[in-house]
Design a protein around this ligand. Structure first.
Ligand code: NI
Length: 185
């Protein structure tokens, strides 16, 4: 089982590399990594389990955060089904954003990242809606449309595959630059 300490901290140089495409069929190592990532992200959003295993909550994780410089990530988005907590799970290999809204948004609490273990201040402009294409675990072509938090997560995780962290996208001199031109979510 993956624990918070297994996730690389921003000081690790592996988070700064541009990752390379995955070829299919994927290895058993990547399959078990995906399962670990889903399990971690899911459990971390269930209060009781997060507490029990001391998991820092997160909704997305990219392969470089586990020291693997390959282009894939997982997003586990919380939702409510019939009054119960449930999750949408996205696993995307070799992702490409093929479309997006003009509208920009930013996360009101500031964006978080399991690799950034410090307080940050400022906003990260993101597209309100994105279309992302790539492949599933079996190499089948997939296409997802993400809105709001899921759209932010797609862009955030894709950045990881290019060695970019959300803190890089905050304007140093003016951390809330253009906030009035975007929608806060
Ligand atoms: Ni992150």
């Amino acid at each position: 089982m993956l624990r918070t300490r297994d996730i690389l901290d921003e000081r690790d140089r592996r988070l700064r590399k541009v990752s390379t495409d995955v070829t299919f069929p994927i290895s058993d190592q990547y399959k078990s990594m995906i399962n670990d990532m889903i399990e971690y992200l899911r459990n971390s959003q269930i209060d009781e389990l997060a507490l029990r295993y001391d998991l820092r909550p997160g909704m997305g994780m990219a392969a470089p955060q586990l020291g693997v410089n390959k282009r894939f990530f997982v997003v586990v988005a919380e939702k409510e089904v019939e009054g119960k907590q449930d999750f949408d799970i996205y696993v995307i290999f070799n992702p490409v954003i093929t479309g997006h809204s003009e509208e920009l948004i930013y996360a009101s609490e500031g964006e978080g990242c399991l690799s950034v273990n410090r307080e940050t201040i400022g906003i990260v402009p993101r597209y309100a809606r994105t279309t992302i294409e790539g492949y599933d675990m079996n190499g089948n072509k997939i296409k997802y449309r993400g809105r709001e938090e899921v759209s932010i997560a797609f862009q955030h995780e894709l950045d990881h595959l290019n060695g970019i962290l959300f803190v890089d996208r905050i304007d140093r001199n003016n951390p809330f630059k253009d906030a009035d031109k975007m929608r806060e979510i």
